[in-house]
Ligand binder design. Structure first.
Ligand code: GLA
Length: 677
């Protein structure tokens, strides 16, 4: 149905999208920030984002009836079903390579001895629903028969089997790339599903290629906005950033889909997985568990079963969180909830703990004398005069649910402690053997004083921590800050990197007796300058590193997954014993401490990519570019790069894609050396 087009305010988002089996690609997308959302698919389904499981992230092609049934069992026994998880979804590789004599798809009889129908019956007997996977092309991504040209037959087959959900992929699509073709291919299947009369949630999976947020709301219930997620921080963050500005397009029955969850798969810390879950919940993403639930740890289950976070995702108003501010990796997202409350996500995308602050009115609530605040990861209630702030650990999130309701605010005032904004500030960096002056702070954000405030600080094992001022305060008035000075000594021999400082503030509300303890968090960055003389960078500790795929490698090329999985560094037929193997986009940062003079290296795309890949190498010292290779292709071999770093404190080796996406961008800093006095 054509709709009036309002004037669109365009903004540009760009980011590397991880395209998994298809290789990574960098895309630049025009995103309208104000738009009339498309009508929902009008099948009455997915009024809140779908919740469930999909096997792909943890199992790839190894799907089976047994796995699906066991997962359904665990949904029931572990409380996941009670928490709202409903769909148990089969991804690619469930069928045989040939259609039957009637042209119907055939489930692999070894993987699915009872067929999809038998599997669906079992899942339904548990009060759950079954999802399946097909592809709007001639073959699925793993090479099984695709649905293009078979939409009516396949939709009817799924309906006959009792399938409740279809993820419809985009490989081997024979497309001319036009939006009209995308709309046509995905609409054909949507119409075929609707014609069966069987309720089937329709998941459009074209990876954000043709701005599906602008049209797929008329066609399906959700649409992928990016390429495939992988189980690492960079991938999750890049996808989250791409999906955030698409909030105006989501509404009940029609959701942005930033891909399935990686929680529990081991490539991120639990802090990072809590951020992953917080962001996906706030962005009204489908919550599709992507881990082996038979082996999930208690920490993984605690994240997935956090009902207070899930409630944000399943809120009946169906409004995706919007970004209120995003400076210096400090994100504030707010989500309007049914009944007038607001969720506030304080998300720290940076590598060091940071203070992130906003207010109840900035989050969209009316001005009031006080607010009830609930911390959805700590599961505790607080009271605030209006300020909302926390020092959030690196890659962490604090999620608050804030109410301006007079009754709730009065109850919070009577029974909950004031919200405390507490954290640790430390100098920018410190060398091993030195003592840092560190300060802990705790500010009362409530409308009543905090009483009997007592602060503790701990540092990594082997470090010494000494308070040089009083650590207790009888009364902390509203708006006041209790600061405590500390001396923290870093032992000799400590490696470079970011180290957490952790502590607690214990206090009670002046209105009540209940004592509460809240964590204090901060980061101290330990740096060691390179020794005098010439050193290979691969023999030194770096301060921080980010990498497109897998870790940065020392004296190896990048193998895309685990440490040490690359090959000997090879450029233009020459093998180098020393160097760093990275994958665009990547940065490696070293502390120089002002005593170095030059950095020399040979750079290029590793021969192992057989002619593919193009990248650009840049050296940046204290924020100033000091060398630039220009775009280098695989065939260019090695290029020498020299940088003057005299007197500089920090140097960053940065690799970006050569303007054509990050596919095959295996970038080597061969023989990289630094000369220092
Ligand atoms: C594509 C999809 C993935 C997964 C695989 C299966 O890459 O984006 O989510 O379904 O195909 O082959």
């Amino acid at each position: 149905m054509p709709r009036p087009v309002r004037r669109l305010l365009a903004c540009v988002i760009s980011g590397a999208l991880w395209a998994g089996a298809l290789g990574a690609a960098t895309v630049t997308t025009q995103v309208a920030t104000t738009a009339t959302p498309a009508a929902a698919a009008e099948n009455g389904l997915a009024r809140t984002p779908p919740m469930g499981f999909n096997d792909w992230n943890a199992f790839g092609c190894n799907v089976s009836e047994q796995l699906i049934k066991e997962t359904a069992d665990i949904f029931v026994t572990s409380g996941l079903k009670d928490a709202g998880y409903t769909y148990v979804n089969i991804d690619d590789c469930w069928m045989t390579h040939q259609r039957d004599a009637q042209g119907r798809l055939v489930p692999d009889p070894v993987k699915f001895p009872d067929g999809i129908q038998g599997t669906a019956d079992y899942v339904h007997s548990k009060g759950l629903k079954l999802g399946i996977y097909e592809d709007a092309g001639t073959a699925t991504c793993a090479g099984y028969p695709g649905s293009l040209g078979h939409e009516t037959t396949d939709a009817q087959t799924f309906a006959d089997w009792g399938v409740d959900y279809l993820k419809y992929d985009n490989c081997n699509n024979q497309s001319d790339g036009s939006r009209a073709d995308y709309v046509r291919r995905y609409t054909t299947m949507g119409d075929a599903l609707r014609a069966t009369g069987h309720p089937i949630v329709y998941s459009v999976c074209e990876w954000g290629t043709s701005q599906p947020w602008e049209w797929a709301g008329d066609v399906g219930n959700l649409w992928r906005t990016t390429g495939d997620i992988s189980d690492n921080w960079n991938s999750m963050l890049t996808i989250a950033r791409t999906n955030m500005p698409l909030a105006p397009f989501a509404h009940p029955g029609a959701w942005n889909d930033p891909d399935m969850l990686e929680i529990g798969n081991g490539g991120m810390t639990d802090t990072e997985y809590r951020s992953h879950f917080s962001l996906w919940a706030a962005m009204n993403a489908p919550l599709l568990i992507g881990t082996d639930l038979r082996k999930a740890s208690p920490a993984t289950m605690d994240i997935l079963r956090n009902r207070e976070i899930i409630a944000l995702n399943q809120d009946p108003l169906g409004k995706q969180a919007t970004v209120l501010s995003a400076a210096n990796d400090r994100y504030v997202l707010t989500k309007e909830l049914a009944g007038g409350e607001r969720a506030v996500v304080l998300f720290n995308a940076g590598d060091q703990a940071q203070r992130i602050a906003t207010t109840a009115t900035a989050a969209g609530l009316p001005a009031r004398g006080g607010y009830a605040v609930r911390d959805l990861w700590r599961h505790t209630g607080y009271q605030s005069a209006g300020a909302l702030a926390a020092t959030v650990p690196a890659h962490g999130s604090v999620v608050l649910r804030v109410s301006a309701d007079a009754r709730k605010a009065a109850a919070a005032l009577a029974s909950s402690p004031p919200l405390l904004d507490s954290g640790v500030t430390a100098p920018d960096h410190i060398e091993p053997g030195q003592t840092a002056d560190v300060t802990t702070y705790a500010t009362d954000l409530g409308t009543l004083p905090a009483a009997d405030v007592s602060v503790k600080l701990t540092a990594p094992q082997g470090w010494t921590v000494r308070a040089t001022g009083a650590t207790t305060r009888k009364v902390l008035p509203t708006g006041d800050t209790a600061s405590v000075p500390w001396e923290v000594t870093v032992p000799e021999g400590t490696g470079s990197g970011n180290y957490p400082l952790a502590g607690t503030a214990t206090y009670r509300s002046s209105a009540g007796d209940r004592r509460v303890t809240v964590p204090l968090t901060g980061t101290i960055t330990v740096v060691s300058p390179p020794p005098s003389g010439t050193s290979f960078l691969s023999d030194l500790d770096w301060l921080s590193a980010t990498n497109g795929w897998g870790p940065v490698e020392r004296d190896r090329s990048n193998g895309e997954s685990g440490p040490g999985d690359g090959n000997p560094i090879t450029l233009g037929g020459t093998v180098y014993a020393k160097g760093l193997g990275v994958h665009a986009p990547g940065t490696v940062t070293y502390y120089l401490g002002g005593g170095c003079s030059s950095l020399d290296t040979e750079v290029g795309v590793d021969d192992e990519k057989n002619g593919k890949g193009s990248v650009q190498f840049r050296i940046v010292a204290d924020g100033t570019q000091v060398a630039d290779s220009g775009v280098l292709r695989n065939a260019d071999g090695a290029k020498a790069l020299h940088a003057d770093v005299t007197g500089r404190q920090f140097v960053q080796l940065a690799v970006s894609d050569g303007g054509d996406g990050t596919d095959s961008d295996h970038a080597d800093w061969a023989d990289a050396q630094i000369s220092c006095s």
